[in-house]
Design a protein around this ligand. Structure first.
Ligand code: HEM
Length: 127
């Protein structure tokens, strides 16, 4: 007999955990001299709200994402693969600091990596 599994969103602690993660994650990203310039003109408060929605949806939470499609929001910004990799590294470190177990961290990174071609558009698709 199998029982329905709680979503990853539920397992990591729902809305509260996601909000904390996004907060810490953006502190790291905007302190990184390679990534900070991308966010120079961005309303970070709005961005964090969007990211909370987005991450919640990506983790299977009962949330609707109202932001722009990712390919559209990231188009023409010159984001290359090494930027994307740094971004994901900050996410990894944030998740590790948050004390999530290895399997959950792996699941989250896997789900986020799915969007790499949307974020990179024409850049870095060969690597
Ligand atoms: C899988 C990785 C990523 C995800 C899931 C993601 C997700 C998002 C989301 C949900 C938004 C809000 C869209 C909206 O305003 O409607 C956004 C905006 C933005 N993202 Fe990302 N992003 C990712 C990677 C990156 C990377 C690698 C960079 C740059 C190094 C970046 C730079 C930005 C910038 C600058 C904005 C703000 C656009 C504005 O000012 O309106 N993102 N992202």
């Amino acid at each position: 007999m199998t029982y329905p599994q709680p979503s990853l969103y539920e397992r990591i602690g729902g809305a509260e955990t996601v909000a904390t993660l996004v907060e810490h994650f953006y502190e790291r990203v905007t302190a990184d001299p390679e990534l900070a310039p991308f966010f120079a003109k961005t309303d970070l408060k709005k961005l964090r709200a969007m990211q909370r929605e987005f991450f919640s949806v990506a983790l299977g939470g009962p949330v609707t994402y109202f932001g722009r499609p990712l390919a559209y929001a990231h188009r023409g910004r010159g984001i290359e693969r090494h930027h994307f990799q740094r971004f994901v590294e900050h996410l990894l470190e944030t998740l590790a600091h948050q004390g999530l177990d290895e399997r959950d961290v792996h699941d989250i990174i896997e789900r986020i990596n799915v969007y790499s071609s949307d974020i990179l558009g024409g850049h870095g698709t060969s690597g």
